[in-house]
Write a protein that binds this ligand. Sequence first.
Ligand SMILES: [Zn+2]
Ligand SMILES: [Zn+2]
Length: 286
Amino acid sequence: MYTIICWRWVFSSRWLTEILPPGLAPALQDSSAALFSLFFPDDCRVCGKALREISRIPVCRECLDEPQPLVAEYFCASCRTPFQNRFPLGEDGRCALCRFGLRGFDAAYCFGAYQGTLRELIHLFKYGRIRTLARPLGERLASAIPRDQRFDLIVPVPLHWRRRFQRGFNQAALLAASVARRYAAPVVAAVRRRRSTATQAGLSNSKRRANVAGAFLVRRPRDVAGRRILLVDDVMTTGATASACAAALKRAGARYVAVLTLARVDRRASLEPIQAAPTAPQGAAS
Ligand SMILES: [Zn+2]
Ligand SMILES: [Zn+2]
């Protein structure tokens, strides 16, 4: 496996294009690709088509390019949760969770919806442990940061050490490092998870919030005091994890915390009934 990875890296197609005269490179690329697929046949891990380009990422160009930014006609002005209609939004354009002060963060930005190819890419990255996806996914993440916003620090949402040990890496930390290549701010692992929380899957909004409440601790409050922080994670479901992590940063003195995620669960089609604004925060889709 190690040999295959090195071989792919050494024989990247861009390398060939740079050193060979024009005209010769494509021919050699074709033959090296043919040779490559002869000895190391590989298919795109998303669509299953045979890979034509030699790359460290086992995903074809079409699949890498496919994810599109999330579009919504109605969304919360603060946490950017998309809604099917304007009813869950208050006069100020904010959703119930934001109006009731149940969000620990000041703003949330996100690239796309957690479905289709983007979801598959995130699964490959996180559970398939294809770390080389951090770069293309990080580029998408960086593109979701509003241009008029400036941040002093990029902070990844931490994993508990036990889970990081099982997985071998923290996906949020790799994404944060990738964002930092395009966005000039240092990455600081300012927060740690002080207890291992049960998995959030299958829990309701309020249970998710209770599950992660108090789970995060800022290592050195002086690192974050008075700073504007960009908190990075891979996926936002209800926002409970990001919210608890942001609340810890705020308690430690952070001036402003915005959450940046690659994908968010879009519940417009499945969960959100067409109804008047909810009276209790538990009724809000998030
Ligand atoms: Zn593909
Ligand atoms: Zn909101």
